[in-house]
Design a protein around this ligand. Structure first.
Ligand code: FES
Length: 114
């Protein structure tokens, strides 16, 4: 669940019951949704839409929340070639969208509001 605290900061709890938050100082910047990559099976030839904003209620996939929460962000589509298990980026900082490249380690360490 994301909470708009003011016009300059969006906070998202990383885990229920914990006090770690992802914070973006600009409302159209992506927020961190988890501190570990999403590991899951995908079907070859099927089109998926990866959540690039961090506001989806169905991570790691887009549920349309970016339209109101981060309208400048467009989610990328991807189609796996074959049935496989993927590690998808949770922190929205990967250089290899939509796959995890390990950047979440750094993103989590700095994922608190100033
Ligand atoms: S809900 Fe995050 S990109 Fe669509």
């Amino acid at each position: 669940t994301s909470t708009v605290h003011d016009t300059n900061c969006v906070q998202t709890p990383l885990f229920q019951g914990e006090n770690f938050f992802s914070c973006s100082t600009q409302i159209n910047k992506p927020v961190v949704t988890a501190k570990r990559p999403f590991r899951g099976k995908v079907t070859g030839g099927k089109c998926y839409v990866w959540c690039a904003c961090g506001h989806s209620k169905k991570p790691p996939f887009c549920d349309g929340a970016h339209r109101t929460q981060a309208p400048s962000i467009s989610p990328p589509h991807f189609t796996p070639e074959k049935d496989s298990t993927l590690m998808l980026c949770p922190c929205k900082q990967t250089k290899n969208v939509p796959y995890c490249d390990g950047t979440h380690f750094k993103a989590f360490m700095f994922s608190h509001c100033p």
